[in-house]
Design a protein. Structure first.
Length: 144
């Protein structure tokens, strides 16, 4: 009577196949998480952009939070929060922040802006403004 069971080779082949499938799954999971965070970043920037446009419609110009230089978007909370949006969104990763710069000054008022962020999983094909490269940002949108 023969003993039934798996040979060592069969067990090693099955373990190798499982390891390869697990590795592929982990890599895919990481990429999906990056794309998800990038989607949130784009949505956050569009939400701030919408609030800035409503502010401009009411006031006539965009807020200046740093004499036309890059500043954390959290500095927009005073002019925007409660009237135009519930809170300034924060980046899904705690190591990054959104940045804001007022542009196109005329008579002490600013008639343009750029919002900046860092996308992890994709390289934007075309930025509408030059992002804050000091903070390694690669995504920027400007006033329409």
């Amino acid at each position: 009577m023969k003993a039934r069971g798996f040979t060592l080779i069969e067990i090693l082949v099955a373990a190798t196949i499982l390891a390869v499938l697990a590795a592929i799954g982990l890599v895919s999971y990481g990429k999906i998480n990056q794309r998800s965070r990038d989607s949130k970043r784009k949505s956050d920037v569009e939400q701030m952009r919408s609030a800035l446009e409503m502010y401009r419609l009411d006031i006539g110009y965009y807020p200046n939070t740093g004499a036309g230089s890059w500043t954390d978007a959290s500095n927009l909370s005073t002019p925007l929060v409660s009237t135009y949006m519930p809170a300034i969104p924060s980046d899904p990763k705690t190591t990054q922040v959104y940045r804001y710069k007022a542009t196109n000054v005329s008579g002490g008022n600013y008639y343009g802006y750029c919002l900046s962020g860092l996308l992890e999983s994709e390289i934007p094909s075309s930025n509408t403004c030059t992002p804050d490269t000091i903070n390694s940002h690669n995504y920027g949108v400007k006033s329409p």
